[in-house]
Design a protein. Sequence first.
Lengths: 318, 177
Amino acid sequence: MNAIPTCREVEPDLVAVAAGEAGAAATQGVERHVAICRSCRDELGRYRVLEGMVSDLRRAPMPGADPTLARAELESRLADIRSRMITYGIYSSPLGRILIARSELGVSMVRYVDSDAAARAHLKRLAGDEAVEDEAAVEPVYRELLDYLSARETRLSWSLDLRWAGSDFQRRVLAVTAQLPYGAVASYGGIAKRIGAPGSVRAVAQALRHNPLPIVIPCHRVIGSTGALTGYAGTRIGLKKRLLSLEGVPVGTHASRIDRNSMYVWISPDKEYCVPSCGSLPEMPLAQLTLFGSREHAEAVGLSPCSSCRPDLHPLPA
Amino acid sequence: MVRDMTGDAFEAIVAAHHAEIHRYLVRATSRPGDADDLSQETFVRAYKAYRALPPDANVRAWLFAIATNLSRNHYRAEGRRRQAMAAMAGGFTEQSASWPEGEAIANQASVRVDRLVATLPFKQRAAFTMRKVHELDYDAIGQSLECSAESARAHVFQALRKIRQGLDDLDVVHTER
């Protein structure tokens, strides 16, 4: 038989018993103690009263504690954070390592990566702490990109977030470039003409050089006025060639140049496409033309064969 | 498994817990205005860290831990301010709180308890509030206060003891019927 606990020893258990948290042994000790100790019996009574008051705290509304305003402010802060937040992943692809970043608005960056660490540092500089690496979260976008790069898909219908397009001019260039159809090419001069600034060829090239969304915004479909595959993502002309041949655009195996005589021709906004020798086409500057590598891709955007040169009856040699 | 980072998933967490965390912070900081700021800060931090939270984590206990951490830092700064003010004013007196004298003022009893809670040292105040008002278990309280469950229990005990002493004028036999 244990000795009856002293007043000092029993106090924590008194509190526990009053709160209904005491185990069997503690309860028994308290019962035996208060049976012989009047002051601790009173003490237990006080703690029980206190427990009753405390349970009122749970039920009673707190004066001056209305969370409504704080909640509303919180919602707007969270919305703001969400809109700034970037998630990204770095993946392997047929074109090498690629970084893909997205926000709640859409895909905001596609970037060819030489070193993962340098790519992370680059994104950190742009987005700060709001950039979070999360491969799984961006994985669906990556899967679609893989389908595209293996020609299982010819469209990337992503919503885009152009936060890293530097200027209004660049946005206009990117918007026009985004409309170049799959399997088609146009020249820098052609893009300059389409944005209504025909003299700005160099600025157009510069804007495309800093395209934050290569592949998706197909700057690989923009070529020099002589048909040359000039710069792409720095010095990655090889990638430009691969992307174009994926789309059925004939690119020479040795020369990095597109031969306009081996391409079908469309002059926007006509409804028809031609062989390159049709009418006065051979004399027209490349800036006025859009070239298609195949009839299939020209017809995929709704164009019909020209009724005079009949590319359907006299197709170009494959 | 990846956490659903769409707005909706976190939105549901805010809807389920913001009011309670706010109420906790009113007691933990003893100032509704501070609770407004700190409850926002709690959820902003939670939102940023939510992605890394294991799927089986107890979200409610985790939010209390964030809120407790923020209010502890806040309380330290506040404590220094109060000390400086008290020194300037030549000391300050706490509002007195005594046991209620009958059932007519039963409602005020909780007000008196709250006044006494406000005079407790931070850890006791936070532990008491988490246990007695929000009914968290001692493990969760220990995690919030970065101590063991046993220490958490001891903080609650000390808090109850001080509150009881603060209300010591009560005639228990008279009140307990």
